[in-house]
Design a protein around this ligand. Structure first.
Ligand code: GLP
Length: 254
C-alpha cells in the first residue's frame, strides 16, 4: 500500500493522471477500469489536456466504465457512461469499440453484467482501476455489505448514495445501480484510490485503518496487492499514520 498525501485537489488530480499515464506508457492497450463522480474530474481533465497536446496517446486503451444507473440508457445525459465519455473518452479520441459499458436499459441487465465480467476475464483482467470513495465507504456502487467476491451486478443504492448522487444532477436518480463487483476490482493489477475533501476523511480512515469488513467495502482494498491511495490533505486529515515516514509507506508531498 502506498499513500500519497497532496496539498490540494489539483495536486491529487495531477498525481492520479500520472498514475494512469504510467500504466498506458507501459502498455498502450491497457484495460482501465474508470469511475465517475466529482473526484476524478481533475484527473480526466489532465489526461484530456495531455492527449490534446499530443503528449499522451490513449487511443489504444480499453476503457471499462465501472458503474451505471439501472434503467438509464447510455445516450441519456444522466448516464454515468456518458459522463465518462464527455470528460475522457471523447477528448482522448478513444474509439467506441474500445469502450466497455453496461447499458443501464438493457432488456436483461443481469445478463449484461455477466457478459461484462466475462469480457474482463477473457481480456486478462483489468490493468488499472481508479476508484473514488463514497461517504459510506462504497467503491463504485459496491454499497455496505457487498462481499469481496461480488460479481458485476445490480445493486440497491442506499439512501445516502441516492442523496449524494442527486447533487450531481439536481434530480432524483434511480434507486438501483449497476456496479462492477469487488471481485474484478480486487483482481486488478493496480488500484488507485483517490479522495478529496474533509467529507471523505472519515470514510478514508475507516477504509485504511479500520477492520476489513463488508460494512466498509473500501476496506477490502487493504488486501489488494498493488494499492496506491492519493488523497489531499483534507481527506487524509483523520489518518493516524506517521506522515513523516510510518505506516503505510507514505509518500507525502505536504
Ligand atoms: C458515487 C459513485 C462512486 C464515487 C463516489 C464518490 O456514488 N458511484 O463511484 O466514487 O460516489 O463520488 P464523488 O467523487 O463525487 O465524491
Amino acid at each position: 500500500m502506498k499513500l500519497m498525501i497532496t496539498k490540494d485537489y489539483q495536486e491529487m488530480s495531477l498525481l492520479a493522471a500520472e498514475a494512469v499515464e504510467s500504466v498506458v506508457r507501459r502498455k498502450k492497450n491497457a484495460l482501465l477500469g474508470l469511475t465517475t463522480g466529482n473526484t476524478p474530474i481533475g484527473m480526466y481533465h489532465a489526461l484530456a489536456e495531455k492527449s490534446r497536446a499530443g503528449e499522451l496517446n490513449m487511443r489504444e486503451t480499453h476503457i471499462f466504465s465501472m458503474e451505471e444507473y439501472l434503467g438509464i440508457p447510455p445516450d441519456n445525459y444522466q448516464s454515468l457512461y456518458q459522463w465518462l465519455n464527455r470528460v475522457l473518452i471523447e477528448p482522448c479520441g478513444i474509439a467506441s469499440e474500445r469502450v466497455n459499458r453496461i447499458d443501464g436499459s438493457a432488456p436483461e441487465p443481469q445478463l449484461a453484467c455477466q457478459v461484462f465480467d466475462r469480457t474482463i476475464e477473457s481480456m486478462g483482467g483489468l490493468d488499472l482501476v481508479v476508484e473514488g470513495i463514497g461517504t459510506n465507504g462504497h467503491i463504485g456502487f459496491n454499497e455496505p455489505m457487498s462481499p469481496p467476491d461480488s460479481p458485476t451486478r445490480i445493486v440497491a443504492l442506499s439512501s445516502e448514495t441516492q442523496t449524494y448522487n442527486f447533487a450531481y444532477w439536481d434530480e432524483l436518480v434511480p434507486a438501483h445501480g449497476i456496479t462492477v463487483g469487488l471481485a474484478a476490482i480486487m483482481k486488478a493489477k493496480e488500484i488507485v484510490l483517490i479522495a478529496s475533501g474533509s467529507k471523505k476523511a472519515y470514510a478514508l480512515k475507516q477504509a485504511l485503518e479500520g477492520p476489513v469488513t463488508s460494512e466498509i467495502p473500501a476496506s477490502y482494498l487493504q488486501l489488494a496487492p498493488q494499492l496506491t491511495i492519493i488523497a489531499d490533505r483534507e481527506a487524509a486529515s483523520l489518518l493516524t499514520i506517521d506522515k513523516e515516514g510510518g505506516f503505510p509507506c507514505p509518500h507525502s508531498s505536504v
